[in-house]
Design a protein around this ligand. Structure first.
Ligand code: NAD
Length: 496
């Protein structure tokens, strides 16, 4: 059944360059579809090198004035952006749910989280001090921070608005101007930014948005010589490609990439809490979550029971229309992604034991729907154990002792997040230190403090964003050394 379109759904999604809505220089557009029937509902402008050039020129023109504002002045504007986002929370939730297939109840949290990013970085930039160092009474050194310049921001389709806010807020707080290239499968919520920034009083040209296909608009941004910094969130494969290309101009890069995060559950854990957390961690946001706990490793003595209960609960997860408040898992973002996830389900059926899901939910004949899927007894060399599926599919495997648990947890190329469940405090910390990942939660799931570093190791990323790390990324630190006393200088060339 066709979804009800949200109010004020646009049929065209233009770029936003220098404060003006604009079509592409060559007039090209691309289709935007919704995932419930895969019907095309809008045409978005398809940017290329000329559009990126215009956007970079606009961002360069206002960079000196934006960078020269005091931190307090920029923070005031960021607070107004946060208010403007929250004022649109209903509209944003409906846009996001319609375009991405996220259940409406989960899309509703996105505005508040996005607004908090702006408030947090407004506070952080005002509170920021610059370091000073004194070497006895002879020399004094101090750090001067300045924004790097025009930032290039490239974002993925999962929770698109929220992830865009993660980059926009620290870039603007730091004094950078920028060009954002949103994901082509989900450009709808980004169409709200122009009215939000205008209402908040962001000067024209500080933020520029160029829509388009990754290999065209995104690539032009990556290759532009006057964009010295790239913040990218997306797949590991694209990330590798962008790092290679950015070597040409020695750009500063931050890479938030894929994951295949383990959940390690010991027999002494609160197993009810662990079960709830596993289900939520891998099936919320339709399983399209970079930090999803998609490999569940369970101690042998409780493995059979845990596996059965996980399968029973997965079968009862409510899959349905994204705009139904009772829905727990909606439609996967795009028919191509859906086909890819179904391929993994077929692969999984050959590699392991299917104990829940694996098919369309009964009664739903169209759209990108998959019943939450659980594979058990998954061997470590299976593709469904090793590769990121990015859908409502989880691989479960047993372990015998702590060392095997760590070995299995570390047995993939990824290292984004890890979750550990045990009531033994010492063991929890021991494993947290031994697991190869950028983030670990003990007896908890994805609850995040905005001050903390975010990012992965191995194939999950390069660098850290979040908190002070984001400010470090968007600013250059210059050190100024000042002599306070007489500096000893050898007398070269003084011999007669
Ligand atoms: P993707 O790599 O296909 O695309 C991400 C963005 O890159 C899109 O805007 C796309 O248009 C652009 N792009 C593609 N090719 C490009 C090129 N040659 N040059 C410049 N830009 C290009 O990823 P996706 O499928 O949109 O997103 C899903 C992936 O994102 C998953 O792997 C997921 O784990 C990852 N992700 C990671 C995090 C994190 O914080 N680590 C968060 C969310 C998503």
């Amino acid at each position: 059944m066709s979804p009800t379109p949200p109010d004020a759904l646009p049929s065209r999604i233009p770029h936003w360059i220098g404060g003006e809505e604009t079509t592409s220089a060559d007039g090209r557009t691309f289709d935007v579809s919704e995932p419930v029937t895969n019907a095309v509902y809008a045409q978005a402008s398809a940017g290329g090198p000329q559009d990126i050039q215009q956007a970079v020129t606009a961002a360069q023109a206002v960079f000196p004035a934006w960078a020269a504002l005091s931190s307090r002045e920029r923070a005031r504007i960021l607070y107004r952006i946060a208010d403007a986002i929250e004022a649109r929370h209903e509209k944003l939730a409906h846009f996001e749910s319609y375009d991405t297939g996220l259940p409406i109840t989960q899309a509703k949290g996105q505005a508040r989280r996005a607004a908090e990013n702006f408030r947090y970085f407004a506070d952080a930039i005002v509170a920021l001090g610059e370091e000073a160092f004194r070497q006895g009474s002879d020399q004094f050194s101090y750090v001067v921070r300045s924004p790097v310049g025009v930032a290039g921001l490239i974002t993925p389709w999962n929770t698109p608005f929220m992830l865009e806010s993660w980059k926009l807020a620290p870039a603007l707080a730091s004094g950078c101007t920028l060009v954002l290239k949103p994901a082509e499968w989900t450009p709808l919520s980004a169409s709200l930014w122009p009215e939000i920034f205008t209402e908040a009083g962001v000067p024209d040209g500080v933020v520029n948005i160029v829509h388009g296909i990754g290999e065209e608009a995104g690539q032009a941004l990556v290759d532009h010589p006057d964009v010295p910094l790239l913040s990218f969130t997306g797949s590991t494969e694209t990330g590798r490609h962008i790092v290679r290309c950015s070597a040409q101009h020695l750009k500063t890069v931050s890479m938030e990439l894929g994951g295949k995060s383990p959940v390690v559950i010991f027999a002494d854990a609160d197993l009810e809490a662990a079960l709830d957390s596993v289900l939520f961690g891998v099936f919320s946001l339709n399983g399209e979550r970079c930090t999803a706990g998609s490999r569940v490793l369970v101690e042998k003595s409780v493995y059979e029971t845990f596996k059965q209960r996980l399968a029973q609960r997965a079968e009862r997860v409510k899959v349905g229309a994204p705009d139904d408040p009772a829905t727990e898992v909606g439609a996967l973002v795009h028919r191509e992604h859906y086909a890819r996830v179904l391929d993994y389900v077929d692969i999984g059926k050959k590699e392991a034991r299917l104990v829940a899901g694996g098919t369309r939910p009964p009664g739903i004949t169209e759209g990108n729907y998959l019943q939450p899927t659980v594979f058990a007894d998954v061997p470590r060399d299976a593709r469904i154990f090793q590769e990121e599926i990015f859908g409502p599919v989880v691989a479960v495997a047993p372990f015998t002792d702590e060392s095997e648990a760590v070995e299995l947890a570390n047995a993939t190329q990824y290292g984004l997040a890890a979750y550990i469940w045990t009531s033994d405090l010492k063991r929890g910390h021991r494993i947290a230190h031994a697991v190869e990942s950028g983030m670990v939660w003990i007896n908890s799931h994805n609850v995040r403090d905005l001050r903390t570093p975010f990012g992965g190791v191995k194939a999950s990323g390069l660098g850290r964003e979040g908190g002070a790390h984001s400010i470090d990324f968007y600013t250059e630190s210059k050190i100024v050394h000042v002599a306070l006393g007489d500096v000893h200088t050898p007398h070269f060339g003084g011999a007669s």
